[in-house]
Design a protein around this ligand. Structure first.
Ligand SMILES: [Zn+2]
Length: 397
């Protein structure tokens, strides 16, 4: 993945109170040609890690400078390869008196994101993007992940795009509800930030995931991401968007309308689940083997009442809103406890309804085909289990 043998990074004295990896470069004197002055109008800083003595091209990204190798850039990106014929450094540019003649590319990119992208090119498997920890990829912070992915789209850096796709698909599955719930169950902390393997991501980041899905040409990510947008308690956030640094990412107007309509439908689905519990349970869903039929029915009625009290029927979360409640039906302290057999039946009712909603997400969010059917090529037994439609979802609880 890495190519060439980069020369040792140039070492320069650092001031004690500024232990940064980057060095400010003094401002350029007046009297330079306009193009040079425009470039030099602000302070620049060099990135120590990517300032190679034998580099032959300087990239500028919002004030940060990288002196790198055109051969490495060309290896990873046809787009960058095309930029390498950019204008040579203007004569008299005070920044690089010793490097006159090197190509300079003013990118307009976010400097930190470009540093990360270069890291993937130069460090390959040593880069956080590809590093594995305990058998899993080291998690990346979503805000940075997003910037680097957008840059990789701009420059068409395939290995980064592949990695971004894989990480996003791990969080926003498009095959089975089982898979989707397995991601959910991996845990969230109090701030809603999820822990597991690939990304540190919040529910509100789903707005930006919709944008990434569009940029990456991955429409199958949209249903799960838009569902997250719809089920958010704060629907105003759909309009406000989500802020990353100085940038605010919003859904497109079409997607906002789509979400508002979907919100209504998902709320209706929650009401249907309530009815399925209230009507379906006494009318056939209650196991014949239940030894305490009357008590269990009464408990289910109280459970449904609790759902109304908790305002579940006003929420738009039919895929995941009911499991805790149903699982809690055997929790201590509740008087809506049912027997073990009935509880399996309750979970099954919730599960069947949730699966039906999952299958409708494509229609709700206008993504076809949906869900994506995974073809088992026989090479991975574990995968065959994961995508077995009849796997017992209740085991996931
Ligand atoms: Zn029972």
């Amino acid at each position: 993945m890495t190519s060439g043998t980069p020369a040792p990074v140039r070492k320069r004295a650092r001031s004690r109170d500024a232990p940064s990896k980057r060095h400010k470069i003094e401002e350029v004197p007046q009297g330079l040609p306009p193009a040079t002055r425009a470039l030099n109008a602000k302070y620049h800083s060099r990135d120590d890690r990517f300032w190679f003595a034998d580099g032959n091209i300087v990239l500028e990204a919002q004030g940060m400078l990288f002196k790198v190798h055109s051969s490495v850039l060309a290896l990873h990106s046809d787009v960058l390869k095309g930029l390498l014929h950019a204008r040579p450094l203007p004569a008299g540019a005070g920044h690089f008196p010793k490097n006159a003649g090197h190509s300079l590319v003013v990118t307009g990119d976010n400097g930190d994101a470009l540093a990360r992208l270069l890291e993937t090119m130069y460090l390959g498997g040593q880069s956080d993007w590809f590093r594995w920890k305990m058998g899993h990829r080291a998690p990346l912070d979503f805000a940075e992940f997003r910037l680097v992915t957008l840059l990789a789209v701009k420059y068409n850096v395939k290995h980064v795009l592949d990695e971004a796709t894989e990480r996003l698909e791990a969080y926003y599955p498009s095959d089975t509800l089982w898979h989707w719930r397995a991601v959910k169950l991996a845990g969230e902390d109090a701030s809603g930030r999820r822990f597991p393997k690939h990304l540190r991501i919040r529910q509100s980041d789903s707005i930006a995931v919709v944008q990434l899905a569009d940029q990456l040409g991955l429409p199958h990510l949209r249903p799960a991401a838009l569902y997250e947008c719809c089920r958010a308690r704060d629907q105003e956030a759909l309009l406000r968007g989500v802020a990353y640094g100085g940038e605010t990412v919003r859904l497109s107007e079409d997607d906002v309308l789509l979400c508002l309509a979907a919100h209504q439908r998902l709320v209706q689905e929650n009401t249907r689940i309530l009815h399925a519990l209230l009507d379906g349970f006494p009318n056939g869903a209650q196991p014949a083997a239940c030894a305490t039929r009357g008590a269990c029915r009464a408990a289910v009625a109280r459970l449904a009442h609790r759902a109304v009290e908790q305002n579940i029927v006003a929420r738009a979360d039919p895929l995941d809103g009911w499991y805790d409640l149903v699982a809690g039906s055997t929790a201590k302290g509740y008087d809506d406890k049912v027997c073990a057999r009935c509880q399996v039946a309750l979970v099954r009712i919730v599960d069947e309804r949730a699966r039906a909603v999952w299958d409708k997400l494509g229609e709700i969010f206008h993504v076809y085909p949906w869900p994506l059917v995974m073809v088992d090529d026989g090479s991975d037994d574990e995968g065959a289990d994961v995508y077995d439609d009849d796997s017992d979802d209740s085991q996931a609880l």
